[in-house]
Design a protein around this ligand. Structure first.
Ligand SMILES: Nc1nc(=O)c2c([nH]1)NC[C@@H]1CN(c3ccc(C(=O)N[C@@H](CCC(=O)O)C(=O)O)cc3)C=[N+]21
Length: 289
């Protein structure tokens, strides 16, 4: 079975649009998201354009700040300080990757954790790790769990989840979220021995490595739920470029119980969860007034 991320994301955005309208009429505040993009990587601009459009569609304010590639780290830091202190800004996202002359971890640390809608600040990773309330949780991992639940229902207890990949952005936080859902979690990576055998034990298989079609049919347990985080651009034999995931969808489809497609799976959920985090940040800002 195919898990339709586009539809699930649309349903979540419809729900958020209603909550945004309620929030606006109750508090006379419009939730707002500021996205900063440095340089002009065309792929990055497409994501940002989609984010801006969907932010506005659900009734939130979207501010886009485009900076030239030669922007200094200090300039970005002082811009962040200004946005951190601006009460009309609820969510701040700095599009990654940043140009090489800018230290990404310094930039992420400079975002007010309560406005960090990516959930990348160490304060938010720590809150997630400790299971504390109030964490802004990274968007792609949230989307993965919502899509798994879309097929399996809300109780994931006791299921064996195998995560391929250990990045701070996807692998580690998705493992923490699945642990919070009472899954038995295995984190695998490039140095893992017997990777196919481990994957074959998964009830939930999350692939987040960035290698096109790495996961084959014989890595997948019969009936497993497969969540494909990969977004790999490949050139077809005909010379066209297309997006494929980390899972060989056609092969895995026959074996699994359900699988997310690429495109139309995790990607749209990432943006919907970003909007969810922005509304959460706006709600939290009321406490600190
Ligand atoms: N600070 C930061 N936060 C991010 O969340 C972040 C980032 N930087 N840098 C870039 C990556 C990438 N990313 C995507 C989000 C949605 C789709 C998405 O919706 N993709 C569509 C297809 C889009 C297409 O056709 O190109 C899909 O999968 O169906 C893709 C990629 C967020 N990122």
């Amino acid at each position: 079975m195919n898990i339709d991320g586009k539809l699930t994301a649309q349903t979540l955005r419809d729900k958020l649009a209603i909550e945004v309208a309620e929030f606006k009429s109750r508090y006379k505040i419009q939730p707002s998201l500021t996205v900063i993009i440095v340089g002009d990587d065309p792929a990055s601009h497409i994501y940002v354009k989609n984010k801006v459009k969907q932010t506005q569609e659900i009734g939130m304010i979207s501010n886009e700040i485009k900076l030239p590639i030669e922007t200094t780290e200090n300039h970005l830091l002082s811009l962040l300080e200004q946005l951190n202190n601006d009460d009309s800004v609820h969510g701040i996202l700095v599009q990654l990757p940043l140009p090489k002359h800018i230290d990404e971890s310094a930039i992420i640390s400079a975002i007010n954790p309560d406005k960090d809608v990516d959930g990348f600040h160490a304060m938010n990773s720590g809150r997630l790790f400790n299971g504390e309330p109030g964490a802004l949780v990274p968007c792609t991992p949230q989307g993965c769990v919502l899509l798994a639940k879309q097929h399996l229902g809300k109780d994931l207890s006791g299921l064996h989840a195998v995560v391929i990949g250990r990045s701070n952005i996807v692998g580690k936080p998705v493992a923490m979220l699945l642990l919070q859902e009472n899954c038995t979690v295995t984190i695998t990576h490039s140095k893992t021995k017997n990777l196919p055998e481990l994957c074959k034990q998964a009830d939930i298989l999350v692939a987040a490595v960035g290698i096109a079609k790495l996961v084959k049919a014989d890595w997948v347990k019969e009936g497993a739920t497969v969540i494909d985080v990969g977004i790999n651009r490949i050139t077809t034999n005909e010379g066209a470029t297309k997006l494929v995931g980390d899972v060989d969808y056609v092969e895995a489809f026959e074996k699994c119980g359900a699988i997310t497609p690429v495109p139309g799976g995790v990607g749209p959920m990432t943006i919907a969860c970003l909007l969810k985090n922005t509304l959460a940040a706006a709600k939290n800002s009321l406490q600190s007034r």
